[in-house]
Design a protein around this ligand. Structure first.
Ligand code: TYM
Length: 323
């Protein structure tokens, strides 16, 4: 049996990058026979950037609702809020003491965020250690994530191996599962889609607002009549991630044939999103309107997660001499 684990930060409503990069591939893995999945809401990580309590509660619900909207089977797996199993904070402290400072100072995500954000706090710096604790606290075997998390997984393995080397086998060494076909989903400006770059596509928006976002995808200024190169176009890149082979072929033909504007391509992308995600969009709204249903599914998972976390933490406490 393989244990699959992944988390999403509750820094907003999950966007198309989170959905294609993590939610859908993770749920696919969770459906494979003999896999047991631990999917959680990384609400402690969200405190590195979000300080408002009400915003946090809303974001936690939205992140939970997105997992459920895409069909995560919470009855046969574990679904929980990271903060409700505070054992992870104790493990983070132990791991902090086995993490070399330069490893954190050289993390790409820290360098990127510290260049962009005004609030560069210590939580942002030690973020990868909390993430390592998230993973090894549950003896996870595989971690489905987008490519941007690859280095964090390497750090997790390094930290866990350092500990194992010093104290003998304690932690399972997890493996990242990155879908090479999906890679990094671009945002509406062509950079990596990310909440912190303000370039996301929130597929759960009402039609009118969603259309407005899709229409704002940045393109070049090739006139409508002229042929266009689909391989240089962000609208085409996003369309290709969602469409069937036949639809992609037709769209390529439209671009190359001329008399087909970016506005037409954007409209086609908008319609495809609405059609393809009709069911998850409906379910998302249902859960957002019924927070009690979210709460009870999370509580059920948290009880189960707590038992496993306590067991693994006791193993660690024993090794370092706190038990
Ligand atoms: P977060 O919340 O930034 O993103 C959640 C997941 O979505 C993927 N993702 C993307 N995939 C493709 N293209 C994109 N543009 C894109 N943007 C985001 C991410 O790779 C991720 O899989 N540190 C993590 C959350 C976390 C975690 C963990 C993950 C905390 N603890 C333990 C796995 C295991 C993060 O900030 O992801």
């Amino acid at each position: 049996m393989a244990r699959i684990l992944t988390g999403i930060q509750s820094t907003g409503r999950p966007h198309l990058g989170n959905i294609l990069g993590a939610i859908i591939p993770a749920i696919e893995l969770s459906k494979q026979k003999d896999n047991e999945s631990f999917f959680f809401i990384a609400d402690l990580h969200s405190l590195t950037t979000i300080k408002d309590a009400e915003v946090r509660r809303e974001n936690v619900n939205a992140t939970a609702a997105a997992w459920l909207a895409f069909g995560f089977d919470t009855a046969n797996n574990l679904f929980y809020r990271q903060s409700r199993i505070p054992e992870v904070c104790e493990l983070t402290w132990y791991l902090n003491c086995f993490t070399p400072y330069p490893m954190l100072a050289n993390a790409h995500s820290f360098k990127e965020k510290s260049d962009k954000l005004a609030d560069v706090n210590a939580g942002l710096f030690t973020y990868p250690v909390l993430m390592a604790a998230d993973i090894i606290l549950y003896d996870a075997d595989f971690v489905p994530v987008g490519k941007d998390q690859k280095q964090h997984l390497e750090m997790t393995r390094d930290i866990a191996s350092t500990f194992n080397h010093r104290y003998g086998d304690t932690f399972v060494l997890p493996e990242a599962k990155i879908d090479e076909n999906v890679m990094t989903i671009p945002g509406i400006d062509g950079q990596k889609m990310s909440k912190s770059y303000n370039n996301t596509i929130d597929i759960f928006l009402p039609d009118k607002k969603l259309r407005k976002v899709v229409m704002s995808i940045v393109t070049d200024s090739t006139p409508m009549e002229e042929p266009k190169n689909p391989d240089n176009c962000n609208v085409f890149a996003l369309y290709s991630l969602l469409a069937s082979e036949q639809e992609i072929k037709e769209m390529r033909h439209n671009y190359e044939g001329g008399n087909y504007g970016y506005g037409h391509a954007k409209q086609a992308l908008f319609e495809l999103i609405v059609e393809k995600y009709a069911e998850p969009r409906k379910l998302f709204n249902h859960y957002m309107e019924n927070p009690d249903a979210l709460e009870s599914k999370l509580k059920e998972g948290e009880e189960k997660a707590k038992v496993i976390a306590t067991e693994v933490l006791n193993r660690v406490r024993g090794k370092v001499g706190y038990l």
